[in-house]
Design a protein around this ligand. Structure first.
Ligand code: OGA
Ligand code: NI
Length: 369
Protein backbone atom coordinates (compact mmCIF):
# COMPACT_ATOMS: atom_id res chain seq x y z
CA UNK A 1 0.00 0.00 0.00
CA UNK A 2 2.78 2.47 0.85
CA UNK A 3 4.35 2.49 -2.56
CA UNK A 4 0.91 2.53 -4.21
CA UNK A 5 -0.08 5.75 -2.47
CA UNK A 6 2.82 7.61 -4.06
CA UNK A 7 1.69 6.89 -7.63
CA UNK A 8 -0.55 9.46 -9.31
CA UNK A 9 -2.70 12.17 -7.83
CA UNK A 10 -5.93 10.35 -7.37
CA UNK A 11 -4.48 7.57 -5.33
CA UNK A 12 -4.22 9.16 -1.89
CA UNK A 13 -8.01 9.53 -1.90
CA UNK A 14 -8.50 5.98 -3.15
CA UNK A 15 -6.15 4.86 -0.47
CA UNK A 16 -8.13 6.66 2.25
CA UNK A 17 -11.27 4.97 1.02
CA UNK A 18 -9.68 1.54 1.17
CA UNK A 19 -8.45 2.33 4.66
CA UNK A 20 -11.92 3.42 5.76
CA UNK A 21 -13.50 0.33 4.21
CA UNK A 22 -11.03 -1.84 6.02
CA UNK A 23 -11.66 -0.27 9.40
CA UNK A 24 -15.42 -0.53 8.84
CA UNK A 25 -15.03 -4.20 8.01
CA UNK A 26 -12.72 -4.85 10.92
CA UNK A 27 -15.19 -3.34 13.38
CA UNK A 28 -17.45 -6.33 12.57
CA UNK A 29 -20.25 -4.21 13.97
CA UNK A 30 -21.94 -3.34 10.68
CA UNK A 31 -23.86 -0.19 9.86
CA UNK A 32 -25.78 -0.64 13.08
CA UNK A 33 -22.49 -0.17 14.93
CA UNK A 34 -22.05 3.22 13.23
CA UNK A 35 -25.59 4.29 14.10
CA UNK A 36 -25.17 3.15 17.70
CA UNK A 37 -22.06 5.34 18.00
CA UNK A 38 -24.39 8.30 17.50
CA UNK A 39 -23.18 9.82 14.20
CA UNK A 40 -25.11 12.73 12.72
CA UNK A 41 -23.38 12.50 9.34
CA UNK A 42 -22.82 9.34 7.35
CA UNK A 43 -19.20 8.25 6.78
CA UNK A 44 -17.87 9.03 3.30
CA UNK A 45 -17.70 5.40 2.21
CA UNK A 46 -21.52 5.39 2.10
CA UNK A 47 -21.94 8.59 0.04
CA UNK A 48 -23.10 7.88 -3.51
CA UNK A 49 -20.97 9.27 -6.38
CA UNK A 50 -21.91 12.86 -7.28
CA UNK A 51 -23.05 11.97 -10.81
CA UNK A 52 -25.49 9.44 -9.36
CA UNK A 53 -26.79 11.98 -6.84
CA UNK A 54 -27.25 14.56 -9.60
CA UNK A 55 -29.17 12.07 -11.72
CA UNK A 56 -31.51 11.39 -8.83
CA UNK A 57 -33.43 14.61 -9.44
CA UNK A 58 -34.49 13.13 -12.78
CA UNK A 59 -36.35 10.35 -11.03
CA UNK A 60 -39.64 11.99 -10.28
CA UNK A 61 -41.74 9.70 -8.13
CA UNK A 62 -44.87 8.55 -9.88
CA UNK A 63 -48.09 7.57 -8.19
CA UNK A 64 -49.91 6.80 -11.38
CA UNK A 65 -48.49 3.30 -11.76
CA UNK A 66 -49.04 0.61 -9.16
CA UNK A 67 -47.19 -2.65 -8.69
CA UNK A 68 -49.62 -5.51 -9.52
CA UNK A 69 -51.23 -7.33 -6.59
CA UNK A 70 -52.13 -10.95 -7.28
CA UNK A 71 -54.59 -12.81 -5.06
CA UNK A 72 -53.48 -16.45 -4.92
CA UNK A 73 -56.72 -17.62 -3.28
CA UNK A 74 -58.04 -20.37 -5.55
CA UNK A 75 -54.76 -20.95 -7.39
CA UNK A 76 -55.12 -24.77 -7.26
CA UNK A 77 -55.68 -26.33 -10.66
CA UNK A 78 -59.32 -27.16 -11.21
CA UNK A 79 -60.48 -24.11 -9.23
CA UNK A 80 -62.46 -21.40 -11.13
CA UNK A 81 -59.83 -18.79 -10.36
CA UNK A 82 -56.88 -20.85 -11.60
CA UNK A 83 -56.83 -19.62 -15.20
CA UNK A 84 -57.27 -15.99 -14.20
CA UNK A 85 -54.40 -16.22 -11.72
CA UNK A 86 -52.10 -17.77 -14.35
CA UNK A 87 -52.88 -14.98 -16.79
CA UNK A 88 -52.33 -12.30 -14.12
CA UNK A 89 -48.95 -13.83 -13.31
CA UNK A 90 -48.08 -13.98 -17.01
CA UNK A 91 -48.86 -10.31 -17.48
CA UNK A 92 -47.09 -9.15 -14.32
CA UNK A 93 -43.98 -11.24 -15.08
CA UNK A 94 -43.77 -9.86 -18.62
CA UNK A 95 -44.47 -6.23 -17.85
CA UNK A 96 -43.09 -5.73 -14.35
CA UNK A 97 -41.07 -8.78 -13.35
CA UNK A 98 -42.27 -8.02 -9.81
CA UNK A 99 -45.61 -8.28 -8.04
CA UNK A 100 -47.24 -8.61 -4.63
CA UNK A 101 -49.00 -11.84 -3.69
CA UNK A 102 -51.79 -11.98 -1.11
CA UNK A 103 -53.70 -15.02 0.17
CA UNK A 104 -50.51 -16.98 -0.42
CA UNK A 105 -51.22 -19.41 2.44
CA UNK A 106 -48.44 -18.40 4.85
CA UNK A 107 -50.01 -17.22 8.13
CA UNK A 108 -49.27 -13.63 9.14
CA UNK A 109 -47.89 -14.95 12.45
CA UNK A 110 -45.17 -16.85 10.58
CA UNK A 111 -44.24 -13.72 8.59
CA UNK A 112 -44.19 -11.51 11.69
CA UNK A 113 -42.08 -13.98 13.65
CA UNK A 114 -39.56 -14.12 10.80
CA UNK A 115 -39.29 -10.33 10.74
CA UNK A 116 -39.05 -10.18 14.56
CA UNK A 117 -36.39 -12.92 14.67
CA UNK A 118 -34.32 -11.11 12.05
CA UNK A 119 -34.58 -7.83 13.94
CA UNK A 120 -33.65 -9.49 17.22
CA UNK A 121 -30.61 -11.14 15.62
CA UNK A 122 -29.28 -7.76 14.46
CA UNK A 123 -30.16 -6.03 17.74
CA UNK A 124 -28.44 -8.49 20.04
CA UNK A 125 -25.03 -7.93 21.56
CA UNK A 126 -22.40 -7.32 18.89
CA UNK A 127 -20.17 -10.06 20.33
CA UNK A 128 -22.85 -12.67 19.67
CA UNK A 129 -23.25 -11.45 16.08
CA UNK A 130 -19.48 -11.46 15.57
CA UNK A 131 -19.42 -15.23 15.99
CA UNK A 132 -21.22 -15.39 12.66
CA UNK A 133 -19.03 -12.76 11.00
CA UNK A 134 -16.97 -14.29 8.23
CA UNK A 135 -15.65 -13.43 4.84
CA UNK A 136 -15.43 -17.11 3.90
CA UNK A 137 -18.18 -17.81 1.41
CA UNK A 138 -18.60 -21.49 2.31
CA UNK A 139 -20.29 -20.94 5.68
CA UNK A 140 -24.01 -21.70 5.85
CA UNK A 141 -24.81 -18.85 8.24
CA UNK A 142 -23.02 -15.53 7.90
CA UNK A 143 -23.48 -12.09 9.39
CA UNK A 144 -21.95 -9.15 7.62
CA UNK A 145 -22.41 -5.88 5.82
CA UNK A 146 -21.98 -5.18 2.10
CA UNK A 147 -20.71 -8.33 0.37
CA UNK A 148 -19.31 -6.14 -2.39
CA UNK A 149 -17.65 -3.61 -0.07
CA UNK A 150 -14.40 -3.35 -2.07
CA UNK A 151 -16.03 -3.47 -5.50
CA UNK A 152 -18.89 -0.98 -5.17
CA UNK A 153 -18.64 2.78 -5.62
CA UNK A 154 -20.56 3.43 -2.40
CA UNK A 155 -21.34 1.13 0.48
CA UNK A 156 -24.99 0.46 1.30
CA UNK A 157 -26.69 1.42 4.57
CA UNK A 158 -27.54 -2.16 5.48
CA UNK A 159 -26.41 -5.22 7.46
CA UNK A 160 -27.34 -8.78 6.53
CA UNK A 161 -27.67 -12.26 7.97
CA UNK A 162 -27.25 -14.83 5.19
CA UNK A 163 -28.48 -18.40 5.45
CA UNK A 164 -27.25 -20.40 2.50
CA UNK A 165 -28.66 -23.83 1.71
CA UNK A 166 -26.63 -24.06 -1.50
CA UNK A 167 -24.05 -26.60 -0.41
CA UNK A 168 -26.47 -28.95 1.30
CA UNK A 169 -30.19 -28.58 0.82
CA UNK A 170 -31.15 -28.38 4.46
CA UNK A 171 -30.03 -27.02 7.80
CA UNK A 172 -29.88 -28.42 11.31
CA UNK A 173 -31.57 -26.24 13.96
CA UNK A 174 -28.33 -25.81 15.93
CA UNK A 175 -26.60 -24.31 12.90
CA UNK A 176 -28.93 -21.31 13.12
CA UNK A 177 -28.52 -18.40 15.55
CA UNK A 178 -30.53 -19.29 18.63
CA UNK A 179 -32.44 -16.03 18.74
CA UNK A 180 -34.16 -16.60 15.39
CA UNK A 181 -33.92 -20.41 15.11
CA UNK A 182 -37.55 -21.56 15.30
CA UNK A 183 -39.03 -18.66 13.35
CA UNK A 184 -36.47 -19.13 10.56
CA UNK A 185 -37.03 -22.88 10.22
CA UNK A 186 -40.79 -22.41 10.05
CA UNK A 187 -40.56 -19.58 7.52
CA UNK A 188 -38.09 -21.45 5.30
CA UNK A 189 -40.40 -24.48 5.17
CA UNK A 190 -43.47 -22.46 4.34
CA UNK A 191 -41.90 -20.14 1.80
CA UNK A 192 -40.32 -23.09 -0.02
CA UNK A 193 -43.80 -24.60 -0.46
CA UNK A 194 -45.01 -21.27 -1.79
CA UNK A 195 -42.08 -21.21 -4.23
CA UNK A 196 -43.10 -24.66 -5.51
CA UNK A 197 -46.65 -23.41 -6.10
CA UNK A 198 -45.34 -20.29 -7.83
CA UNK A 199 -43.09 -22.36 -10.11
CA UNK A 200 -46.15 -24.36 -11.20
CA UNK A 201 -48.07 -21.18 -11.95
CA UNK A 202 -45.07 -19.62 -13.70
CA UNK A 203 -44.64 -22.77 -15.83
CA UNK A 204 -48.23 -22.44 -16.96
CA UNK A 205 -47.75 -18.72 -17.50
CA UNK A 206 -44.99 -19.69 -19.96
CA UNK A 207 -47.46 -22.10 -21.66
CA UNK A 208 -45.51 -25.09 -20.34
CA UNK A 209 -46.59 -28.16 -18.37
CA UNK A 210 -47.18 -27.22 -14.68
CA UNK A 211 -44.23 -29.30 -13.48
CA UNK A 212 -41.73 -28.03 -16.04
CA UNK A 213 -39.85 -25.51 -13.86
CA UNK A 214 -40.13 -27.70 -10.75
CA UNK A 215 -38.63 -30.62 -12.68
CA UNK A 216 -35.64 -28.39 -13.45
CA UNK A 217 -35.11 -28.13 -9.65
CA UNK A 218 -35.88 -24.40 -9.69
CA UNK A 219 -37.01 -24.44 -6.04
CA UNK A 220 -33.66 -25.94 -4.95
CA UNK A 221 -30.54 -23.96 -4.11
CA UNK A 222 -32.00 -21.60 -1.54
CA UNK A 223 -30.42 -18.59 0.12
CA UNK A 224 -32.26 -16.43 2.66
CA UNK A 225 -30.92 -13.01 3.56
CA UNK A 226 -32.31 -11.17 6.57
CA UNK A 227 -31.59 -7.49 5.95
CA UNK A 228 -31.45 -4.81 8.63
CA UNK A 229 -31.60 -1.22 7.38
CA UNK A 230 -30.77 1.05 10.34
CA UNK A 231 -32.26 4.54 10.44
CA UNK A 232 -30.06 6.89 8.43
CA UNK A 233 -29.25 10.49 9.44
CA UNK A 234 -28.71 11.62 5.81
CA UNK A 235 -31.00 9.42 3.71
CA UNK A 236 -30.64 11.50 0.55
CA UNK A 237 -26.90 10.75 0.29
CA UNK A 238 -26.90 6.97 0.32
CA UNK A 239 -28.96 3.88 -0.48
CA UNK A 240 -30.06 0.89 1.55
CA UNK A 241 -29.52 -1.32 -1.48
CA UNK A 242 -28.12 -0.02 -4.78
CA UNK A 243 -29.93 -0.65 -8.03
CA UNK A 244 -29.57 -4.28 -9.09
CA UNK A 245 -31.32 -7.26 -10.61
CA UNK A 246 -31.48 -10.49 -8.61
CA UNK A 247 -29.03 -13.31 -9.38
CA UNK A 248 -31.74 -15.94 -8.87
CA UNK A 249 -34.46 -17.76 -10.73
CA UNK A 250 -37.06 -16.31 -8.39
CA UNK A 251 -36.94 -14.19 -5.25
CA UNK A 252 -39.68 -14.07 -2.62
CA UNK A 253 -39.29 -11.00 -0.44
CA UNK A 254 -40.83 -10.36 2.95
CA UNK A 255 -40.75 -6.72 4.05
CA UNK A 256 -42.00 -4.90 7.12
CA UNK A 257 -44.25 -1.83 7.05
CA UNK A 258 -41.54 0.88 6.73
CA UNK A 259 -41.15 0.97 2.94
CA UNK A 260 -38.25 2.05 0.73
CA UNK A 261 -38.19 -0.67 -1.92
CA UNK A 262 -38.59 0.63 -5.47
CA UNK A 263 -38.79 -1.13 -8.82
CA UNK A 264 -37.69 0.46 -12.08
CA UNK A 265 -40.63 0.27 -14.46
CA UNK A 266 -40.83 2.10 -17.78
CA UNK A 267 -37.79 4.08 -16.70
CA UNK A 268 -39.44 5.32 -13.49
CA UNK A 269 -38.87 4.17 -9.95
CA UNK A 270 -42.17 2.94 -8.53
CA UNK A 271 -42.58 2.39 -4.79
CA UNK A 272 -43.24 -1.21 -3.78
CA UNK A 273 -45.38 -0.09 -0.84
CA UNK A 274 -45.73 -2.48 2.07
CA UNK A 275 -49.03 -4.33 2.00
CA UNK A 276 -49.85 -6.08 5.27
CA UNK A 277 -49.61 -9.87 5.01
CA UNK A 278 -48.27 -9.80 1.46
CA UNK A 279 -45.04 -11.06 -0.06
CA UNK A 280 -43.20 -9.59 -3.03
CA UNK A 281 -42.33 -11.95 -5.89
CA UNK A 282 -39.45 -10.93 -8.10
CA UNK A 283 -38.35 -12.63 -11.34
CA UNK A 284 -34.55 -13.10 -11.26
CA UNK A 285 -31.98 -13.00 -14.05
CA UNK A 286 -31.98 -16.76 -14.46
CA UNK A 287 -35.73 -16.89 -15.13
CA UNK A 288 -35.35 -14.14 -17.70
CA UNK A 289 -32.75 -16.38 -19.37
CA UNK A 290 -34.74 -19.62 -19.00
CA UNK A 291 -37.84 -17.89 -20.41
CA UNK A 292 -35.73 -16.48 -23.27
CA UNK A 293 -36.78 -12.92 -22.34
CA UNK A 294 -40.52 -13.67 -22.04
CA UNK A 295 -40.26 -12.63 -18.40
CA UNK A 296 -38.10 -9.77 -17.16
CA UNK A 297 -35.74 -9.47 -14.22
CA UNK A 298 -36.34 -5.87 -13.12
CA UNK A 299 -33.92 -3.38 -11.63
CA UNK A 300 -34.82 -2.48 -8.08
CA UNK A 301 -33.29 -0.72 -5.09
CA UNK A 302 -33.99 0.29 -1.51
CA UNK A 303 -33.99 3.88 -0.24
CA UNK A 304 -32.89 4.67 3.28
CA UNK A 305 -35.04 6.34 5.83
CA UNK A 306 -34.70 8.44 8.97
CA UNK A 307 -37.17 6.18 10.71
CA UNK A 308 -36.60 2.52 11.18
CA UNK A 309 -34.88 0.11 11.35
CA UNK A 310 -36.44 -1.50 8.29
CA UNK A 311 -36.36 -5.30 8.14
CA UNK A 312 -36.72 -7.47 5.06
CA UNK A 313 -35.99 -11.09 4.24
CA UNK A 314 -35.11 -12.03 0.67
CA UNK A 315 -35.48 -15.70 -0.26
CA UNK A 316 -33.49 -16.45 -3.39
CA UNK A 317 -34.27 -19.64 -5.30
CA UNK A 318 -31.30 -20.18 -7.58
CA UNK A 319 -31.69 -23.76 -8.84
CA UNK A 320 -29.69 -26.83 -7.87
CA UNK A 321 -25.92 -26.57 -7.53
CA UNK A 322 -25.47 -30.17 -6.39
CA UNK A 323 -25.94 -32.23 -8.50
CA UNK A 324 -25.13 -29.62 -11.03
CA UNK A 325 -27.83 -28.77 -13.56
CA UNK A 326 -27.30 -26.89 -16.80
CA UNK A 327 -29.77 -24.05 -17.28
CA UNK A 328 -30.52 -22.12 -20.46
CA UNK A 329 -33.50 -21.02 -22.55
CA UNK A 330 -36.14 -23.79 -22.35
CA UNK A 331 -36.25 -25.66 -25.64
CA UNK A 332 -40.05 -25.42 -26.00
CA UNK A 333 -39.64 -21.65 -25.94
CA UNK A 334 -37.09 -21.41 -28.75
CA UNK A 335 -37.67 -21.98 -32.44
CA UNK A 336 -36.14 -20.98 -35.74
CA UNK A 337 -38.09 -17.71 -35.68
CA UNK A 338 -37.32 -17.16 -32.03
CA UNK A 339 -33.79 -18.45 -31.42
CA UNK A 340 -32.12 -18.77 -28.01
CA UNK A 341 -30.90 -15.41 -26.77
CA UNK A 342 -28.58 -16.81 -24.09
CA UNK A 343 -25.86 -19.40 -23.60
CA UNK A 344 -26.33 -22.31 -21.23
CA UNK A 345 -24.74 -22.16 -17.79
CA UNK A 346 -24.53 -23.97 -14.49
CA UNK A 347 -25.68 -22.24 -11.31
CA UNK A 348 -22.17 -22.40 -9.89
CA UNK A 349 -20.79 -20.67 -12.99
CA UNK A 350 -23.52 -18.07 -12.76
CA UNK A 351 -23.00 -17.31 -9.07
CA UNK A 352 -19.22 -17.17 -9.33
CA UNK A 353 -19.54 -14.62 -12.16
CA UNK A 354 -21.97 -12.67 -9.98
CA UNK A 355 -19.44 -12.36 -7.17
CA UNK A 356 -16.81 -10.94 -9.51
CA UNK A 357 -19.00 -8.11 -10.78
CA UNK A 358 -19.89 -4.98 -8.87
CA UNK A 359 -23.47 -5.65 -7.81
CA UNK A 360 -25.74 -3.69 -10.08
CA UNK A 361 -24.34 -4.84 -13.40
CA UNK A 362 -26.86 -7.34 -14.61
CA UNK A 363 -25.69 -10.93 -14.94
CA UNK A 364 -27.69 -11.23 -18.13
CA UNK A 365 -24.95 -9.50 -20.10
CA UNK A 366 -22.49 -12.26 -19.27
CA UNK A 367 -24.59 -14.92 -20.96
CA UNK A 368 -26.31 -13.07 -23.79
CA UNK A 369 -25.56 -14.51 -27.25
C1 OGA B 1 -32.31 -8.14 -2.36
C2 OGA B 1 -33.29 -7.03 -2.37
C3 OGA B 1 -34.90 -5.72 -1.17
C4 OGA B 1 -35.26 -5.37 0.22
O1 OGA B 1 -31.96 -8.63 -1.26
O2 OGA B 1 -31.91 -8.55 -3.46
O3 OGA B 1 -33.57 -6.52 -3.41
O4 OGA B 1 -36.36 -4.80 0.36
N1 OGA B 1 -33.85 -6.69 -1.20
O5 OGA B 1 -34.50 -5.61 1.13
NI1 NI C 1 -32.94 -7.72 -5.05
Amino acid sequence: MDNLSTIGNSLPEAYERTKDLKSFEESKAGVKGIVDSGVLKIPKIFVRPSDELAEESMHIPSDSLQVPVIDLGGAESGHDQHKTIVSEIKRASKEWGLFHVVNHGIPVGVLDSMLDGTRMFHEQDVDVKREFYTDGRMKKVKYGSNVDLYRSKAANWRDSLTISLQISDGIEPDELPEICRDSTLEYINQVTKLAQTLFELLSEALDLEPHRLGDMECAKGRTFIGHYYPPCPEPELTLGTSKHTDPSILTILLQDQIGGLQVLHKNQYIDVNPLPGSLVVNIGDMLQIISNDKFISPDHRVLTNQVGPRISVAGFFTGATIPEIIYGPIKELVSEENPAKYKEFSVREYISKFFLRPIGRSGLDEFRL
